[in-house]
Design a protein around this ligand. Structure first.
Ligand code: HEM
Length: 198
């Protein structure tokens, strides 16, 4: 029966949403995008910290992720647009405490977080255009990495989620990897000093 379920209501997706709801809320509350005084310099520092997490994680996703979902090229262009040099980008500190990816189940959990963030990215892209005058061609390309295809990419990821093995243990491993991704990212951003104080 489950093969006929629309992927938007697959049990795994529901478990991922349920399992990461609090993590998303907590991280969103600490991210400074909407803080008073948040300016382009602060945005650049935040994006540099994003790079330090996403660049090594994207490498680790390796063969589990289709090449077309690569987001680091867009993030690199954003940093160049924000006046970092290639040498400065190459020298950015990289997170060592990344979520473990050792099978399809864990890769799917990590990907859920990264792919899902392209949805919230649409909100951030619009907000940064309004607040900082930045666009996908000069600083917010990462948040709009799939452009007009954002919905299409999300639905095709959900199709893949819908085809994941239904064994309870592998679904639990996917949810655990998603939670770990949020936690590692929040810890890393905290260590880089780019989250809201308090
Ligand atoms: C201030 C920052 C953020 C805002 C305002 C925000 C906002 C949102 C919004 C509005 C959605 C729902 C979009 C939709 O259904 O079309 C969403 C979904 C999501 N966001 Fe965020 N987000 C933020 C940061 C993040 C970050 C940093 C991550 C992960 C690294 C993330 C991961 C996700 C995921 C996984 C979903 C998909 C939930 C689902 O539909 O299953 N978000 N976000």
């Amino acid at each position: 029966m489950s093969a006929t379920l629309p992927s938007s209501s697959s049990p795994l997706l529901l478990a991922l949403r349920e399992g990461t709801r609090e993590c998303h809320k907590a991280l969103e509350a600490r991210l400074p995008f909407f803080a008073t005084g948040f300016d382009t310099a602060a945005y650049s520092r935040l994006l540099q910290a994003y790079y330090g997490f996403h660049a090594p994680l994207e490498v680790r996703l390796g063969q589990y992720q289709e090449a077309k979902r690569a987001k680091i090229p867009a993030l690199t262009l954003d940093l160049l647009a924000l006046d970092l040099s290639t040498a400065e980008i190459d020298a950015l500190p990289l997170c060592q405490a990344l979520p473990t990816i050792n099978d399809e189940a864990s890769a799917l959990g990590v990907m859920y977080v990264l792919e899902g963030s392209t949805l919230g990215g649409q909100v951030l892209k619009r907000a940064m255009a309004e607040r900082l005058g930045l666009g996908p061609g000069n600083g917010t390309g990462f948040f709009d990495v799939y452009g007009a295809l954002t919905g299409h990419y999300w639905r095709s990821f959900l199709d893949r989620l819908g085809r994941a093995p239904s064994a309870a243990a592998s679904q639990a491993a996917t949810v655990q990897a998603a939670i770990a991704t949020f936690q590692c990212f929040e810890r890393w951003l905290g260590r880089r000093g780019v989250l809201n104080q308090g």
